[in-house]
Design a protein around this ligand. Structure first.
Ligand SMILES: [Zn+2]
Length: 473
């Protein structure tokens, strides 16, 4: 049978703030276990939470970047459940009145409706080691935004590719707007995915299966494809889908049942009596809107329309904000966006992706690109030179001069070599004069280039050689 697939996403991202959401402990990744904790974030009796206003502003910023409406009053609620990584047995979250409602994100040609973004606190982390399990509460209380797509509205996310495109774009918007770093390997962005199938054309929803805490886009993609295939098989065999939460096993590439049935009622949400409702004024929203930095879509338009870059090059540059920032810095010094982009999308990215890090500064890189554009260095020579000075503390100009790789076109250098080659290859010169064959000319250019050891520009050698040969007639 043919099925419609409906995929819902709940995406958690840790906000970039100095301190936690309801106390002044540091929001810092990688500190020694349980060093960033206090009575509030581990929930000791009598400890009172104080809302981090900046975390609220960051949430509003995320919402505005995605075109959300901002609720004038937002409420914090307690979501009650027990788990060892949650010392106080409830998580401060938002249910009825989240900060942001009704947003959208364009994924390929679909404008995917998003229900909400709310602010909550993260839980601690269980660390398993051999037969023992430890708990680290450093992450407990870190501000987290949860975004929930609206699978009740059309259009739906229907494939693993669309889900990954959604997450990729969302991550980019969070990073560019400065609300979150979303480093996947640090677990700063995680997704819960729910999937249901229904016979094609039906308007009733099928039973949802949820997969929790997926990390890494590749495993999310595999987990979605696996789950769609699993449900199809059950339905084709006339079976029924159980409402359940499944855990994805990255190693095995399959999922297994974690728990069945879970509804909002199970958490017995109620307004947190220790926290006042948050009032968000139109002035606040306006001020935060003004503070939004350029977003990927705007930058993309600028690169394509003002800089004349291709869509492909633009996407490649924007995929990593630190690269895009470095690119912008380079073209403020040397405003040749296409020429600079060309180096970025080839040499620079290849070196960074090879794990070499960003091993060149703006001054040296711009000098090198300019020298090639002005034909002072051969492109190929420049590429080899770049590889050589990458990650080292050279002054590119001084080093290039020291190594004698600069082209020497102004002096008699090339002419002398030209004369020498023409004298040595007289028979070939004569043959060219008779036959006017391009191949012969190329051969002579090659000979000259060899003699100059790459210090001349092949195009100019060609022109000078032509001049000479025609003059000589
Ligand atoms: Zn604390």
């Amino acid at each position: 049978m043919q099925y419609d697939v409906i995929i819902g996403l709940e995406v958690h991202a840790e906000l970039k703030t100095k301190s936690k959401c309801f106390c002044s402990c540091k929001n810092e990744y990688g500190s020694s276990p349980n060093s960033n904790c206090c009575p509030v974030c581990v929930g000791l009796p009598g400890a009172l939470p104080v809302l981090n206003k900046y975390a609220v502003e960051q949430t509003i910023k995320a919402g505005l970047a995605l075109g959300f409406e901002i609720n004038p009053i937002a409420i914090f609620e307690r979501k009650n459940y027990f788990y060892p990584d949650l010392a106080k047995a409830y998580q401060i979250s938002q249910l009825e009145k989240p900060i942001c409602v009704n947003g959208h994100l364009k994924v390929f040609d679909k404008n995917i409706p998003i229900n909400r973004i709310h602010l909550e606190e993260d839980a601690g982390k269980l660390v398993h080691s051999g037969n023992e399990t430890f708990v680290d509460y450093n992450r407990g209380g870190v501000p987290l935004i949860e975004l929930v797509t609206d699978a009740l509205k059309e259009p739906h996310i229907e494939t693993a590719d669309e889900a990954i495109e959604f997450l990729t774009k969302l991550r980019q918007i969070y990073i560019y707007s400065g609300v979150a770093d979303c480093e996947l390997e640090k677990g700063q962005m995680r997704a819960d995915v729910n999937i249901s199938l229904r016979p094609k054309g039906s308007n009733r929803f099928g039973t949802k299966v949820e997969m929790k805490n997926l990390m890494g886009f590749r495993s999310i993609h595999s987990a979605i494809e696996y789950e769609i295939a699993r449900q199809k098989e059950i339905l084709d065999d006339g079976g029924k889908i159980e409402q359940e939460t499944r855990k994805w096993d990255f190693e095995k590439g399959e999922s297994y049942t974690m728990r069945t049935k879970e509804n909002a009622e199970d958490y017995r949400y109620f307004p947190d009596p220790d926290l006042l409702a948050v009032k968000i004024s139109a002035d606040d929203i306006e001020r935060i809107k003004k503070s939004l930095p350029p977003l990927p879509e705007q930058i993309k338009n600028k690169y394509m329309q003002e800089y004349g870059l291709s869509e492909y090059d633009t996407d490649v540059l924007l995929a990593d904000k630190s690269i895009a920032d470095f690119y912008e810095q380079c073209i403020t010094v040397y405003p040749q966006p296409k020429s600079v982009a060309n180096w970025f999308t080839t040499e620079i990215l290849a070196r960074i992706k090879g794990g070499a890090g960003l091993g060149i500064d703006k001054k040296n890189l711009v000098w090198l690109i300019k020298a090639v554009d002005e034909k002072k260095i051969q492109r190929l020579t420049a590429k080899e030179f770049l590889a050589d000075i990458w990650g080292k503390d050279y002054d590119a100009e001084a080093e290039a001069k020291k190594r004698g790789i600069m082209a020497d076109l102004s002096s008699d250098f090339v002419f002398n070599i030209l004369d020498k080659v023409m004298a040595e290859k007289q028979a070939v010169v004569e043959q060219f004069k008779r036959e006017k064959d391009e191949k012969i000319l190329n051969f002579l250019v090659g000979q000259v280039m060899k003699e100059t050891r790459g210090k001349a520009n092949a195009q100019e050698v060609m022109e000078k050689l032509k001049e000479k040969l025609i003059q000589g007639e």
